[in-house]
Design a protein around this ligand. Structure first.
Ligand code: ATP
Ligand code: MG
Length: 319
């Protein structure tokens, strides 16, 4: 696929998604960025802001199947990967595939499951493979996880260790709809245009088949990133390790994620090259969840948002 054709496809994907999801343009774009770069994302938002609906809609629009797992304290690794079951009739074991055998997976409240189960998912994310009774099975080449987390204060949660959060390219914040949007939503809910009904009907068209995601991912490499832009990204990531208010900064995986995310962001903005503005826009979603602030500043009420915007003011912007 040519870059021009891909830009058009992405714009159509956004428009089709907007037939179901009201507002949330930035969220839709960031989810598309996650998918076309072949990564995974955390989605953060209060209940009922359409996190589940978004992932299901993207599945339909991009021609990919979707599954959802609700994480609970008693969820076992086999509940997500699958189990071999002895089949008396054929006298052999057959694999009952778990929900990871899909393309888009919504992992709800991932921090409610114990570490063993979380790591089974994280292994699947990283390798796009799962091991069940010593046999390794490949997952979809475009296996993408969107995970939500329960607030950490919640009783009986197992917070994701930093090393595991690092596996997510970005954290996508999903806020409540604006007044006008909420009004539209409320009106639609009364009739045949209710978001769920629109998704179930045939108004929403698939813009590509799942296989075409490979072509899009390859074509991303044609988006130019100048040397000064690469330096800018590296400088920003390194600055997270030098800033006094940050206890633990971002590792090298963040650099790669920021580069890729900015490339995809440029494409979503119908450009063939990355600009410093792409980087400023993606810095918070890509870096925010990887940073740990110094407790003393956190107590004073300093937020990751503030730290990153200060940092962006510090680092020299290429011309
Ligand atoms: N921006 C929106 N666009 C369209 N529908 C919306 C929007 N926000 C909320 N809704 C409506 O709210 C319903 C709930 O959405 P959904 O179940 O996807 O929320 P959720 O964020 O996954 O919630 P939870 O955290 O409880 O799982 C949707 O089915 C839809 O009708
Ligand atoms: Mg949900």
């Amino acid at each position: 696929m040519q870059l021009e054709e891909i830009k058009q496809t992405l714009i159509r994907a956004r428009l089709e998604t907007e037939k179901v999801i009201i507002g949330q343009r930035d969220v839709i774009d960031m989810a598309l960025i996650t998918i076309i770069t072949g990564h995974h994302a955390l989605i953060e938002g209060v209940p009922g802001v359409a996190k589940t609906l978004l992932v299901r809609t993207l599945g339909k629009v991009l021609g990919c199947d979707t599954q959802r797992i609700q994480f609970t304290p008693d969820l076992m690794p086999a509940d997500i990967t699958g189990t071999n079951v002895f089949n008396l009739k054929d006298n052999e074991f057959t694999l009952i595939q778990g929900p990871v055998f899909t393309t888009f997976l919504l992992a709800d409240e991932i921090n409610r499951a114990p570490a063993k189960t979380q790591s089974a998912l994280l292994q699947a994310m990283q390798e796009r493979k799962v091991t069940i009774d010593r046999a390794t099975h490949s997952l979809s080449a475009h296996f993408t996880v969107f995970a939500t987390q329960n607030p950490i204060e919640y009783e009986g949660t197992y917070p994701l260790p930093e090393a595991q959060k690092d596996r997510f390219m970005m954290k996508i914040p999903m806020s409540c709809p604006r007044y006008e949007e909420e009004l539209t939503l409320a009106e639609r809910m009364l009739g045949p245009e209710a978001p769920e009904a629109v998704l179930a009907g045939d108004t929403v068209q698939a813009v590509i088949g799942g296989e075409e995601l490979t072509a899009i991912q390859t074509a991303l490499q044609a988006v130019t990133v100048r040397r000064e832009i690469i330096e800018y990204i590296v400088n920003i990531v390194r600055e997270t390790r030098a800033t006094g208010t940050i206890l633990v900064g971002a590792g090298p995986r963040a650099t790669q994620s920021l580069l890729l995310a900015c490339r995809a962001h440029a494409l979503m903005a119908e450009r063939d090259f990355v600009t410093p503005d792409d980087i400023k826009r993606m810095a918070l979603p890509v870096l925010g969840h990887r940073l740990i602030l110094h407790p003393e500043f956190e107590i004073e009420g300093l937020s990751v948002e503030e730290v990153i915007s200060d940092l962006l003011r510090e680092v020299a912007v290429p011309r």
